[in-house]
Write a protein that binds this ligand. Structure first.
Ligand code: NAD
Length: 427
């Protein structure tokens, strides 16, 4: 039995516009998939959600309280998996929407995980290192019964990093009385992190771009690439595509972008950005702002910074033929439809940036086995998994004439729905 809008049996505090957008995406898909109504309803909301208050002694001696969240959207196939972000816009709706996307992403990649997300509402750029550490440790202790290698495995996200993961791992370990490396992924290598994890998302994005080019049977020697964002994902994607012979003509960071129609010397740009903290005034380039950058003529556009960058206000001026989503949610639903109708191939976020969670999975497995792989092993396994997922998404999209985003979601949702159907409903 199918239904366009299942009767609401529940209503939650997470129903912000962002969460409702993720839910509508599932609703649209449920109709075209013919998803059974009872499964559809179970997938529309998080399985469980926790809100915590985090008192932190600040450097001036006063105590400030922060709000933290951790959400498990689904745990049908295994422990919940997803990042922790520190940002002023973190709320229950945002983490619930991102947890839902993590469920579909892990299922699409064939990883034995459900989806989770968490965060603390704060301005991380205004916190000292000591304040950040105390906030992270207290947040960890408040959610300690929610996480664990068999329950929920956090990872870095916006404004959290390897150091944050090391503090979480240490706090958890101290509390349970022994060292538990597999409670988090994205840790420093010296305490159980995986080789290749740092580069994994950018490597995966670059791999997807090359796979899309192959899928479209392009014969062009050096496809032209524009990348928004020059952080972990953007800069590593640029490096790999440059090494593969692609011509990266535009890149940007929060301060603005640079352009050279003949191609930017990416290795030198990486060194320059590291030294100067900005790309501005890099040799042989002209400045462009972030809006102009998105609209530059190119073959492949890779938004790898923020959400909602390609939207109703600029979609008609986007000139790429392939759009690869390095960031989470960089394309609005209207723009996604418009680009599809205008022949632009979109490689959706749950596929394009899934290299990170895939190598996180490798890190978790290595930690549980206490057997560590070489970087080559990690990268080969990553490319095998990403290649398979790309093939499945591109084939389903053609077979059913679906937008690539819908094909990717279809594969994720149907995997979870089938597992739920087989496990049945308790009691
Ligand atoms: P990062 O903090 O390392 O880099 C972000 C980059 O975006 C920086 O270069 C920053 O200057 C730039 N930026 C910020 N605001 C901007 C603006 N207004 N215009 C243009 N550029 C701007 O973050 P990251 O890890 O590279 O993550 C980027 C995106 O990829 C996020 O959406 C994140 O959720 C997503 N993502 C990251 C990973 C991962 O493993 N790092 C995995 C999956 C998805």
């Amino acid at each position: 039995m199918t239904t366009a809008a299942p009767e609401l049996v529940t209503k939650m505090e997470c129903e912000t516009p962002e969460f409702l957008r993720a839910q509508r995406q599932l609703d649209e898909l449920a109709v075209s998939m013919g998803l059974a109504s009872e499964l559809h309803q179970r997938l529309r909301y998080p399985k469980r959600a926790l809100i915590v208050t985090i008192p932190v002694r600040m450097d001036d001696g006063l105590v400030k309280t922060f709000t933290g969240y951790r959400v498990h959207h689904d745990v049908t196939l295994g422990p919940a998996k997803g990042g922790i972000r520190f940002h002023p816009e973190v709320d229950m709706g945002e983490v619930s929407a991102l947890a839902m996307l993590m469920t579909w992403k892990c299922a699409l990649m064939g990883l034995p995980y459900g989806g989770a997300k968490g965060g603390v509402r704060c301005e991380p750029w205004n916190l000292s290192m000591g304040e950040k550490e105390r906030m992270t440790r207290r947040y960890t202790s408040e959610i300690i019964n929610f996480i664990g290698p068999d329950k929920d495995i956090p990872a870095p996200d916006m404004y959290t990093n390897e150091q944050t993961m090391a503090w979480i791992m240490d706090t958890y370990s101290i509390n349970v009385g022994h060292t538990v490396p597999s409670v988090v992924t994205g840790k420093p290598i010296s305490i159980g992190g995986s080789l290749g994890r740092h580069e994994a998302t950018g490597r995966g994005v670059a791999y997807c771009a090359r796979r899309a080019v192959k899928h479209l049977n392009w014969t062009k020697d050096a496809p032209e690439v524009v990348i928004q964002g020059f952080g972990n994902v953007g800069s590593i994607t640029a490096k790999y595509l440059h090494n593969a012979g692609y011509k990266v003509v535009g890149v940007s960071d929060v301060h603005g972008g640079i352009y050279n129609a003949k191609g930017i010397d990416i290795p030198s740009a990486l060194a320059y950005a590291q030294e100067h903290g900005t790309l501005a005034n890099f040799k042989d380039t002209e400045p462009v702002n972030n809006q102009e950058l998105l609209e530059l003529p190119c073959d492949i556009l890779i938004p790898a910074a923020l959400g909602n960058q390609v939207n109703a206000s600029n979609m008609e001026r986007i000139k790429c033929k392939i759009l690869v989503e390095g960031a989470n949610g960089p394309t609005s639903p209207e723009a996604d439809l418009y680009l599809h109708e205008n022949g632009v191939m979109v490689v959706p976020d749950i596929l394009a940036n899934a290299g990170g969670v895939t190598v996180s999975y490798f890190e978790w497995v290595q930690g549980l086995m206490q057997l560590f792989w070489t970087e080559e092993e990690v990268n080969t396994r990553l490319e095998t998994i990403m290649g398979k997922a790309c093939d499945k998404v591109f084939a389903l999209s053609q077979e059913r004439n679906l937008r690539t985003r819908m094909a990717a979601l279809w594969l994720g949702v149907s995997t979870i729905a089938e597992a739920k159907r087989l496990r049945g409903l308790y009691p």
